[in-house]
Design a protein around this ligand. Structure first.
Ligand code: ADP
Length: 988
């Protein structure tokens, strides 16, 4: 048995007894490794395999019990070479039975299968790993057997194609799942791959459309075909990778690139993409055109800076560097194009970032601004030219912006208003310089223009800063438009001072002429050298009674024909015209006698220009019919006057307006014995009595100056050397304008009247004298009587009725005395013998005393005294009292029905004192008031006649007061009383 075992090439062993003593053949030795052989021979298995005994021990024990065992791929951790190693064995153990049937030991056969097992495990592991990797990568896998046409695929594969079947896959199903546009291509590609001739490789990209969800999955397929030695394909396997995202994003990138390119291409500017070195990687076509290149290739791969002039290159390099640092830059520069055209560029350089924010490229955009630059240069040039021109212009030139602020003014304008710069051209300057009458006009004109945006003009006055004199200017402005938009005004202003002056003169003259023409009472006709009517006035038409149609038509022939029908001798009329027209240097004057009796004075004179040229004929027609009539009437009346004057016994004379005697009638010559020549002018003075001459001269010159009638009595010397009294009256004669052109004087001899008066005066004087003495004595006796009566108490007064009689006698006598006194005064006055004995005295006291005296006599009235002023005067006390008595007596006399008389003393102007006597009686009408101070004047009327008197008192009063350098006056209203006053100078 042992021998059999030892000979067996397979590994065999025997474990004998309970000690498991081992015996093994050579085939068993590799299992023991380098460590366990030969120690194991004869040793206990439990010792040799101590590290695995807890595993195999029980198995051996069981075999000793008689139970054979067989185990495949038995795995143990065994130490055979000094380290623990996983070993796999196929082994079988069977009991070795003794003759008694007991089990003496174990016979085992063992094959080590570690190598096979490990390879198996490794394969499994790699398979698992691949599967795991494929699943992790979400790859789809397939395997196709072209012979059996069986197709398998992993889960992912099935998922994409929407296959639920866990087993085999129908190849047609897969083909249907490939997108239509890819299907043919893929079928062809597979067929190729299955053909040994093409190498068996298949790389394709296609879309799978899920049959239900219609979801598109783009996959990249990598497949390989396995061929037999006979080059027959037996296996076609591969993987599918989902590249949907990649493809889509690539597509997007492509699309966006296309888009970007399209944008760049469509730019009108020159657009370039530069790489990190500033090399042009893209240029748009417009750019090529702008740079005048042949094609894009000319520019691509060139450094951008090479396209620029040397002096610009640093700027370009700088801009690129800035761009690469992520900064944008913008600048303007000039450069010549490929063909050498000078151009101006507005350049933008900006960085291009990738998604990560890194600068990948630089974008350079150059805008061709040559035209703008050129045009702005041209504008600058033209503006300069404009300014130079404007400054040379003789008028003002200015420009205003859209808000009508003046933004430019030439030197002439600035100089005139005295400012250095247009910026000083403020509203303030306007208001200071523009004539106040035109400020509003100027403002309104500009304001309206800013609204209407239309041309405007106006004339105004503005102060010349140098002379401070206002001058006239004519402003004209037109709107400016810049690229269609209103930009303000450009204007001029012309100094029209001279024109204006001439114009206004001309206007004035024309107006004057027209006014004269129309207002003229002469007919005026202006005809040209050939007799054609130029103009005529209203009066011309009236004088000639010319029918309107002829006049309106200015038909000179018709006018002439009509004219001659009106005249008494048309031939003469025509002759004059002919003569005059042939002698344009002559004036003419003639009279036209109309058939209807009208007489017209015709003046003809040529209108000659300064240079002597003959313009026109001016005909003036003056209607002198009335004049003629009046002149002859005047002549007649003058003749009548003369004859009348000559016949008159009165001395009649006439002087001119200045008082120079121009006419004396015969009476004058007869009386004086002087000739006209001797009397004329002021010759007559020599016949005036020297006593009156001075007064006469004075009064006559007063009349000459004032134009008031002259009246005076004086003595004239007759041819016999006698002076005789004359009354002279001279009245002025005025022309229509009121001017005195003549004085007519009539001198009447009043010698006889004078003598009569003298006699009368003498008589009165005599009578008065005669009256005075007896009346005085009568009065004396009466008074004596009365005093006796009053003083003797024995006398029974009631029994004697003569007391009232005597009182009346006394009253009458007082009146008589007063009358006589007045008459005497009068005669004294007339003889200029009223002497005044002046002395200073208190006027108030005098008035008071006088009132007291008079109140005593007349009980019918109460005389009140109102003293508003106290004054001393210098004068004849008695005479002043006389005036006062006259006033008060009159007041009482002429207010019989009233009970009050007021005497008021007050201060008046010019340091005068006035005494007024006021009554409330019958009053005096206005007309009579002027005359009551005249001699013998008494108001006539029903009432008045009942009052006795001579009309002398006031006359004397006036004389007395005037001789005291005072004034006398009356104020009254008929029926409402009168106030008589006198004023005298106050004594300081
Ligand atoms: P006679 O002696 O007439 O009063 P006068 O010279 O005193 O003379 O006055 C002249 C005239 O003036 C009077 O006749 C009378 O008509 C008028 N007259 C004078 N005083 C007054 C008076 N107080 N009221 C009305 N009339 C008067």
């Amino acid at each position: 048995m042992v021998g059999v075992m030892l000979e067996n090439p397979s590994g065999m062993f025997i474990c004998w007894g309970d000690a498991y003593t081992q015996l093994y053949n050579d085939g068993f030795r590799p299992i023991l490794g380098t460590l366990k052989h030969p120690k194991a021979l004869g040793a206990s298995a439990a010792e040799t395999f101590s590290e695995i005994w807890d595993t195999i021990g029980p198995i051996f024990a069981d075999v000793l019990q008689g139970n054979p065992v067989r185990i495949s791929d038995f795995e143990v951790q065994m130490n055979r070479h000094g380290y623990l190693e996983t070993c796999y064995f196929d082994f079988s153990c069977s009991p070795i039975r003794l003759e008694n049937g007991e089990v003496g030991g174990i016979l085992g056969t063992i094959y080590e299968v570690s190598g096979k097992k490990k390879a198996e495990l490794a394969l499994q592991e790699s398979k698992d790993q691949l599967k795991f990797a494929i699943e992790a990568a979400e790859l789809g896998t397939w395997e196709f057997n072209p012979q059996s046409r069986t197709l398998t695929g992993n889960e992912q594969f099935k998922k994409w194609f929407g296959i639920n079947d866990p087993n085999e896959i129908e190849p047609q199903h897969v083909l249907n799942g490939i997108a239509v546009q890819d299907r043919d291509r893929i079928v062809t590609s597979i067929q190729k791959a299955l053909n040994h001739h093409f190498g068996g490789i298949c790389h394709e990209e296609f879309s799978i459309l899920h049959p239900v969800t219609k979801k598109e999955t783009i996959v990249r397929a990598k497949g390989r075909t396995w061929f037999t030695d006979e080059k027959t394909a037996y296996r076609f396997t591969g993987v599918l990778e989902d590249v949907t995202e990649e493809v889509v994003s690539q597509r997007l990138v492509k699309e966006s690139e296309v888009f970007n390119k399209a944008i760049l291409e469509s730019s009108p500017d020159c657009v370039k993409v530069l790489d990190q070195n500033g090399v042009i990687t893209f240029i748009n076509l417009n750019g090529v055109c702008l740079l005048e290149g042949e094609n894009k290739e000319f520019f691509l791969d060139r450094n951008w800076s090479t396209l620029w002039d040397d002096h610009t290159k640093p700027a370009i390099t700088n801009a690129i560097n800035q761009g690469l640092q992520g900064k944008s830059s913008h600048f303007g520069a000039g450069a010549t194009t490929v063909k050498g055209t000078q151009k101006w560029w507005d350049v933008f350089v900006t960085p291009i970032f990738d998604i990560g924010g890194n600068v990948v490229n630089v974008l350079a955009t150059s805008r061709d601004i040559t035209e703008q630059v050129m045009s702005s240069k041209k504008i600058e040039e033209s503006e300069l030219r404009f300014r130079q021109l404007a400054d040379q212009a003789p008028m003002w030139v200015w420009m205003a912006d859209e808000h009508v602020n003046v933004v430019y003014a030439n030197h002439q304008l600035l100089d005139f208003i005295g400012i250095a710069d247009v910026s000083q051209f403020t509203g303030h300057v306007w208001e200071r310089m523009v004539h106040p009458d035109y400020i509003q006009l100027v403002y309104n004109s500009f304001r309206d223009a800013s609204i209407s945006k239309e041309a405007f003009s106006f004339e105004f006055q503005i102060k010349n800063a140098k002379t401070a004199v206002f001058e006239w200017f004519y402003v004209k402005a037109v709107p400016r438009f810049e690229s269609g938009n209103f930009a303000g005004f450009i204007g001029t202003a012309l100094n029209i001072q001279e024109q204006r002056a001439t114009l206004s003169l001309l206007e004035y003259r024309t107006a004057l002429l027209e006014a004269f023409n129309e207002s003229s009472n002469d007919g005026i006709l202006l005809v040209d050298t050939k007799g054609a009517i130029i103009s005529y006035n209203r009066c011309f038409v009236e004088i000639w009674d010319m029918p309107e149609h002829i006049v309106n038509a200015k038909d000179d022939k018709a006018a002439l024909e009509f004219a001659i029908t009106q005249l008494e001798s048309p031939e003469k009329f025509m002759d004059t015209i002919e003569v005059l027209y042939s002698h344009p240097d002559q004036k003419s004057k003639d009279e036209l006698h109309f058939k209807n009796g009208k007489i017209i004075e015709r003046h003809g004179f040529p209108v000659i220009a300064k240079d002597g040229s003959f313009y026109a004929w001016s005909w003036i027609f003056r209607d002198i019919t009335d004049l003629k009539k009046t002149t002859s009437a005047l002549k007649e009346s003058e003749e009548t006057f003369r004859q009348l004057s000559e016949l008159m016994p009165e001395k009649v004379s006439r002087t001119d307006g200045e008082g120079n005697a121009v006419y004396f009638n015969q009476s004058w010559m007869d009386y004086t014995g002087f000739s006209f020549e001797e009397l004329r002018n002021w010759g007559w003075e020599k016949v005036v009595h020297p006593d009156e001459l001075e007064g006469l001269r004075l009064q006559w010159s007063k009349s000459l100056a004032s134009g008031q009638n002259f009246e005076m009595e004086f003595r004239l010397l007759n041819r016999n050397g006698e002076y005789r009294w004359h009354l002279c009256r001279s009245n002025p004669l005025r022309d229509e304008t009121g001017k005195i052109n003549n004085w007519l004087g009539a001198v009447t001899e009043i010698q006889k009247i004078k003598e009569e008066e003298q006699r009368k005066g003498d008589f009165i004087k005599m009578v008065s004298h005669e009256l005075k003495t007896p009346v005085t004595s009568v009065k004396g006796y009466v008074q004596l009587l009365l005093s006796m009566l009053y003083s003797d108490p024995e006398v029974n007064m009631s029994s004697i009725p003569f007391k009232p009689t005597l009182e009346r006698v006394d009253k009458q006598i007082s009146r008589l005395t007063r009358l006589i006194t007045e008459m005497l005064d009068l005669s004294r006055l007339e003889e200029s013998k009223l002497e005044l004995e002046k002395e200073p005295f208190d006027l108030n006291t005098l008035v008071k005393e006088t009132i007291q005296d008079l109140q005593h006599i007349s009980s019918s009235h109460h005389i009140s005294f109102i003293q508003n002023f106290r004054a001393r005067i210098s004068g004849d006390r008695d005479r002043i009292q006389q005036v006062l008595i006259n006033f008060i007596n009159n007041a009482i006399k002429y207010s019989p029905d009233k009970k009050l008389v007021k005497v008021i003393i007050r201060e008046t102007e010019n340091n005068q004192v006035s005494v007024s006597v006021k009554d409330f009686g019958i009053g005096i009408n206005k007309l009579d008031q002027e005359k009551v101070f005249e001699r013998f004047y008494r108001v006539t009327g029903k009432k008045e006649t009942t009052f006795s008197g001579f009309g002398i008192g006031l006359y004397i009063a006036k004389e007395i007061i005037e001789r005291h350098q005072g004034t006398i006056s009356v104020e009254s209203k008929k029926g409402q009383g009168a106030t008589f006053s006198f004023s005298l100078p106050v004594l300081n």
